[in-house]
Write a new protein. Structure first.
Length: 85
């Protein structure tokens, strides 16, 4: 069973243009999208220093997050999924 979930996680996904502005052009596996998202967040110092679970979105991330300015990391995964197909 774990094998199936893992292969789905590793399957290259198409990345929306909005998300591509942050992580680059797809297709890429979901794990790679998340990794690149975190690289972007750290590079641009978008992680809230007081509450590290929160991401303070810049203009590019706000587009990905449906206009939200602050998103927690659990919510982020759900919002990013909408940009993968």
């Amino acid at each position: 069973m774990a094998q199936k979930a893992n292969s789905a996680f590793m399957k290259p996904m198409n990345v929306s243009d909005t998300l591509a502005a942050v992580v680059g052009k797809g297709p890429m596996p979901r794990s790679e999208v998340v990794k690149k998202l975190w690289e972007y967040i750290k590079k641009n110092s978008l992680q809230d220093p007081k509450n590290k679970r929160n991401i303070n979105a810049d203009a590019n991330l706000q587009a990905v997050f449906g206009g939200k300015k602050v998103v927690n990391m659990f919510e982020m995964t759900k919002l990013v999924s909408a940009h993968l197909s």
